[in-house]
Design a protein around this ligand. Sequence first.
Ligand SMILES: NC(=O)c1ccc[n+]([C@@H]2O[C@H](COP(=O)([O-])OP(=O)(O)OC[C@H]3O[C@@H](n4cnc5c(N)ncnc54)[C@H](O)[C@@H]3O)[C@@H](O)[C@H]2O)c1
Length: 451
Amino acid sequence: MDIVVAGTGYVGLVTGACLAEVGHKVICVDVDEKKIGIMKKGISPIYEPGLSDLLEKNYANGNLDFTTDYEEAYRKADVVFIGVGTPERSDGSANLDYVFSVCGQIAKNITKDCLVVVKSTVPIGTNDRVEEFLRENVENNIQVEVASNPEFLAQGTAVKDTLYASRIVIGVESENAKNILMNIYKRFNQPIVVTNRRSAEMIKYASNDFLALKISFINEMANVCEIVGADIEDVAKGMSYDSRIGNKFLNAGIGYGGSCFPKDTKALHWLANDHGYEVKTIKATIEVNENQKYKLFRKAKEFFGSLKNKRVAILGLTFKPGTDDLREAPSIPNIRRMLDEGAKIIAYDPVGENNFKKIYPDEITYAESIEESIKDADMVFIFTEWEEVKNIDIDIFIKEMKTPIIFDGRNCFDLNDICEKSVYYYSIGRKTINNFIKKNLMKKNFFEGGN
Ligand SMILES: NC(=O)c1ccc[n+]([C@@H]2O[C@H](COP(=O)([O-])OP(=O)(O)OC[C@H]3O[C@@H](n4cnc5c(N)ncnc54)[C@H](O)[C@@H]3O)[C@@H](O)[C@H]2O)c1
C-alpha cells in the first residue's frame, strides 16, 4: 500500500516516520523545498526527541522518502494523510486554506481509488466538506473516501506519543475506510476508538479544550492561593491522589502556549458561537490564560516601577521544554512589553534560539549559557522549565546577578531550597521568598521609584 503524508510539520513528519518505522512505505510531501532538502540528507528540520534516529534509519532502508513533487506522489497514492497546519484566523476560526489546497492537489493528481485521512485538527463538519470537494473535483470515475483521524501527540514527546499512543481515533462513514485504517494501525497495537467523522473531529477539540481548561483552572486556583496564603504545589498534590482528578496538567504557571491549545480553544468557541451557543467554560479558559500570561511582567512592574534600562535575563523561550516551537510562547509578547519599557534583554534557550532570532533578530542579545544570560542582570524571568534551568544551583543567581531577583513562571525550584538563600523569589501560587532585597537593595538605590 502506498501511503503519502501531506505536510512535514510536527504531526506530518512524526506520523510519516512512525508509519515507516512499523514497516509501511511512506512518502512525505511538503511544499517547502528547504525542509525537504534537509530531510533528504536524513536530518530532521524540527527538534523532537527520537525523530532524527527514526528519520535516518527509515530513509536509509527505503521505507520513508521525501518530495516536493506532489503530482508524482499523489499519482501512486492508495492512502493520503493530511497533516498540514490549520492556524487561527483573526476572528478565532480555523483557517482551512492549507487543507483545501492539499485537497485540490490530490483531486488533480490521483489515478486510483484513494482514502484521504484528515489528521489536521479541523472544525466539526470539515471532513464532510473535504469529501464533497474531492468527489466534485476528481476525474475519471475514481472513488475517494474521507476519514477523520485526529492526532493527539504532544510536542517534546511526539515520537513516543505516536508509537505508544494512548488511543487512536478513527472517524469513518464506511466499512471500507474503517478496514483500511484498522489495517494500517494494527501494527501499533494501541486501543482504537472507531466512531463517525463528526464525533472524531469533536473528540480532538473536546480533548484539547479540556486540557486547556485544566491548566486555566489550576492557574486560577494558584491566584487564589496567593491571596489566601495557601501553596498551589501542595494543593495540586493533595488533589492529584483522587483518580477522578488525576495528577497531570495540574502545574500552575504563566499559562499555556503552543500551536494547539490557544487556537483549538478559540476555534471551538468560535464554532459554537457561530451556531448560537456560547461555551462558557472555554470562554473563561481563554480569558484566564490571557491574563495569566503577563503575571510575572505585572509583578516585575510592581516591584521595580519601571523596567527602563534594567538588564533582564530570560531563561527559556519555547512554549514548553523538549521543543523548538515558539508558536504562542508567552516569552514572545512578554519580551515585547519589556522592550517597549526600555529593558535590555539577554535570553537563553537550549534549542529555541534560532527560531526566536526570526522574531527578534537584533532587539535582544542571545546568550550561550545560563551563566552568560544572568551575568550582571537586575532580574531573571523563567518562561520555560528546561531541565537545565530546574537544575540550576541557586547560588549562581547570587554570584552572577547584579541583584538576585527571580520571577519564575514555571515553579522550577523547591521553596525549601530557596528560603535558605539571599534572593527575592516570586513564583506562581506560592509564598514569595523575600529574604534580603528590600533592606539591602533600597540602600544601594537600585530602585528608581519602585517599592
Ligand atoms: N503540533 C502539534 O503538537 C499538534 C498535535 C496534534 C494535532 N496538531 C494539528 O496537526 C496539524 C498540523 O500541525 P503541525 O504543528 O504539524 O503544523 P506545522 O505548521 O508544523 O506543519 C505544517 C506543514 O505543512 C506544509 N504544507 C503547507 N501546505 C502544504 C501543501 N499544500 N502540501 C504539502 N505540505 C504543505 C508546511 O510547509 C509545513 O511544513 C494542525 O491542524 C494542528 O492543529 C498539531
